[in-house]
Design a protein around this ligand. Structure first.
Ligand code: FMN
Length: 337
């Protein structure tokens, strides 16, 4: 009997397939369909502090315009202000009510105090866990990488004293040494690491000479970065590892587990194949386990991690040099002499 159960930041999941944060999960009907298709847990779309700030600004502007025209409004409703994160919290509660699988909220803030404030509000909404979305794209040449890391560590230290539910960090791969950052965060008690945040980049329309912001879904081979870091982190940190970006099939999930991940997150594959596709991914994982006589995920988890692999060069730079030295056949394939 095949058992797909896994533990993720202390939460027991019935299988390793988590639905990552996206607009898909903001629809209650879709949430239920994802649960029926077999998803083990769902990460709700992030609450972004910047979005709340923007909405508050727009609200104040609208109010000012209105008050100028209708002065009596000001005296009648002097305290009228934007509801802040209340709407998002209400949606989290609604999602939690209809799901039987764990619901994980996601949060991205700018200010240290808001991180703490929103963490407390989110955990009061009754969700099972929280993903801290450390999405940061530095734009200033004078900011030292170390200061960004220090800020994130400071946020975690503050949150640590307030948070009572399991929490993970979804982080960018763009640190000088992501492993060191992860290790420091691990020592602070982070329950899981989500590898990695997909940072969206603007494009340029050469005809209109404008910046455009296409929403690019991942490609299947984009999971290699998470695969490599899952392999490097297996058995090196206390936290669980979740591999994401470019997980398109049961085989991709199996690869991530072989490298050492505890779970995977899926988004783009569902946009492309519809939510029912979760069932296909799960069926493929089971089929792989059947063929290989594995009864549980721990039978093959980490088999190809840095710690366990028999190939001493698999995770080393030497392997990269080796590929370049032997790359003639690749060039010949594309431009045969
Ligand atoms: C439409 C859309 C909305 C997203 N919104 C969020 C979000 O609110 N928070 C977040 O952390 N990631 C968000 N993501 C990123 C996904 O969670 C995921 O990290 C990314 O799509 C890579 O995984 P994939 O290759 O399975 O798509 C979003 C992705 C998409 C496509």
């Amino acid at each position: 009997m095949i058992d797909l159960k896994t533990s993720y930041m202390g939460i027991e999941l019935k299988n390793p397939v988590i639905i990552g944060a996206s607009n898909l999960v903001t629809n209650l009907e879709t949430l239920k369909q994802l649960e029926i298709a077999g998803a083990a847990a769902i990460v709700y779309k992030s609450l972004f502090e910047e979005q709340i700030q923007l909405e508050e600004l727009e609200f104040d502007e609208e109010l000012t315009t209105y008050n100028e025209r209708h002065a009596e409004m000001l005296s009648l409703f002097p305290e009228m202000k934007h509801a802040g994160p209340k709407e998002h919290l209400m949606k989290l509660k609604q999602a939690k009510e209809i799901l039987t699988i764990p619901l994980i909220a996601s949060l991205n803030c700018v200010n240290e105090d808001t991180w703490v404030d929103y963490v407390e509000k989110i955990q009061d909404s009754g969700v099972d866990g929280l993903e801290l979305n450390f999405y940061a794209v530095p734009k200033d040449l004078s900011i030292e990488g170390q200061s960004i890391e220090n800020e994130q560590i400071a946020v975690l230290k503050k949150i640590k004293n307030k948070i009572k539910i399991p929490y993970s960090v979804k982080l960018s791969p763009f640190y000088s040494n992501p492993l060191n950052v992860i290790s420091k965060m691990d020592q602070l008690g982070v329950g899981a690491f989500v590898l990695f945040n997909k940072l969206f980049q603007p494009d340029i329309n050469v005809d209109s000479k404008e910046m455009i912001f296409p929403y690019n879904l991942s490609h299947p081979d984009e999971n290699r970065l998470a695969l490599r870091f899952s392999g490097l982190l297996y058995d090196q940190v206390k936290a669980s590892i979740c591999g994401g970006t470019g997980i398109y099939s049961g085989t991709d999930a199996v690869k991530m587990i072989l490298a050492g991940a505890d779970t995977v997150q899926i988004v783009s594959a569902l946009y492309k194949n519809k939510v029912e596709y979760v069932a296909t991914v799960l069926k493929d994982i089971e089929s792989y386990m059947n063929t290989n006589n594995y009864n549980k995920l721990d039978d093959f988890r980490g088999l190809l991690s840095k710690k366990s692999t028999k190939d001493p060069y698999a995770y080393k730079r030497a392997q990269y040099v080796d590929i370049l030295m032997k790359s003639d056949h690749i060039f010949n394939k594309y431009s045969p002499r």
